[in-house]
Design a protein around this ligand. Structure first.
Ligand code: AMP
Length: 402
């Protein structure tokens, strides 16, 4: 029997999954990937081969109660029917916040679940959904080992100063500090940099994870020295629907003068701001690009996005003492030629020069000249979760055997 891992990434109404073979001492190999969408309503399931070819598809009518638990149990039974020679070794989960306690992936037990629940207020939009499948598996499949892999863990290498807010000391003691997110994505990019340019892997690199969530990370010798996200996944760059950095005074204004409740203010900052808020149109860069020549607000949203990215790149360059390379990744970074061109164009002062033809075809190297280089590197957070899950599983087995 071939041991396999399921990697889960749960959202409010979706459950993404990938199945990896972990036989032998080689990189985990993707077998199938898929997702459930519309959970809690008209749910839809699709699964594809690793190469992208469709394998199976199913829909459930709206009104039928088909949530995360039903999806997970359906997935397990679907896998049992389709994987005769495979046995489930563990499930790895993307968990957005590991707080102060978890600086590395961890085998889930009661204590871990309780500790992760306490972090819900720090990531109200993501953490509850990440924890739900963990609880379901513990209840329905209690014998299956589960590993939690954190978006915050990669940034544990930040210095004390880089992770500090200028707030009273007791707040730091309560865990109010800069954590940083998208760590699974940065971990992947850092792990493959040597395949693109071995010298870059040792150097000063800024990675731009530009998706529906967006942040930048400064890597020195492959480890995070600082990042634009902080205590929550709100800080830093404007995102699809999140505001990015705002003056904290704005929040008091919302509460006192606009009479918003904390929950209403939170909803505005997480779900009604960013590209959507500024454009009044969409959080999807494809829609904004298609309207940018005729719609002033769509153009303004894109311009603000690019302006904030380039300003923050300047800040990260200062933290790194210069830059050797810039990497674009995630939905916008990997696909939106125009955003890459605009950002690199704004960095001519730092010696970056765009190779327009390479940028049009997706690189991987999209710069010319002898200055800092620019790259497009597709991220693979699921592979990092599979790697980490296997490492924790092997370490646990070794401990039990000793
Ligand atoms: P992610 O969160 O990494 O899945 O990225 C999602 C975002 O990527 C979407 O909201 C789109 O704005 C953007 N995106 C995906 N494909 C394209 C594309 N071909 N051109 C421009 N933006 C894209």
């Amino acid at each position: 029997m071939i041991p396999v891992l399921i990697v889960l990434n749960a959202g409010s109404s979706s459950l993404k999954f990938q199945l990896f073979d972990i036989e032998g001492d080689v990189e985990p190999r993707l077998v199938w990937k898929g997702l459930y969408e519309g959970l809690g309503g008209a749910a839809h399931f699709i699964v594809r081969h690793a190469g992208g070819a469709d394998l199976d598809e199913m829909s459930w009518t709206s009104g039928a109660e088909f949530g995360h638990e039903e999806a997970l149990m359906h997935l397990i039974s679907w896998l049992r029917q389709h994987q005769e020679r495979r046995t489930l070794a563990a499930i790895g989960h993307r968990v957005v916040h590991g707080g102060q306690a978890f600086s590395a992936p961890v085998l889930v037990d009661d204590h871990v679940v309780q500790a992760l629940e306490k972090l819900v207020p720090l990531a109200p939009l993501h953490q509850p959904h990440n924890l739900e499948p963990i609880r379901i598996v513990r209840r329905r499949l209690p014998g299956v080992p589960q590993v939690a892999c954190f978006d915050t863990a990669f940034h544990q290498t930040q210095s004390d100063i880089a992770s500090l807010f200028a707030l009273p000391r007791e707040m730091r003691e309560r865990g109010v500090r800069r954590y940083g997110f998208h760590g699974l994505s940065y971990d992947y990019v850092s792990s493959v940099l040597k395949d693109y340019d071995p010298r870059l892997a040792e150097g000063r690199v800024i990675v731009a994870h530009l998706g529906n969530g967006a942040s930048l990370c400064a890597l020195k010798g492959g480890v995070s020295i600082t990042t634009t996200m902080g205590f929550s996944a709100l800080d830093g760059l404007p995102m699809g629907t999140r505001c990015g950095a705002v003056d904290a005074g704005v929040i008091f204004y919302m509460l006192r003068e606009m009479k918003l409740t904390p929950e209403e203010a939170e909803r505005v900052l997480y779900t009604k701001s960013g590209l959507l808020g500024v454009s009044g149109l969409s959080n999807d860069m494809r829609v904004l690009r298609s309207k940018a020549t005729t719609d002033v607000d769509a153009r303004r949203a894109i311009d603000l996005f690019v302006y904030r990215i380039t300003r923050e790149i300047g800040s990260l360059m200062a933290a790194l003492g210069g830059v050797d390379g810039l990497v674009f990744t995630a939905g916008i970074g990997e696909n939106d030629t125009a955003t890459r061109a605009e950002v690199v164009g704004c960095l001519a002062w730092a010696g970056l020069a765009l190779d327009e033809a390479a940028n049009r075809t997706g690189g991987p190297r999209i710069s010319s000249g002898s200055g800092p280089t620019a790259w497009v590197i597709p991220t693979n957070e699921e592979l990092v979760i599979a790697r980490q899950t296997r490492t924790v599983l092997n370490a646990t087995r070794a401990k039990l055997a000793s």
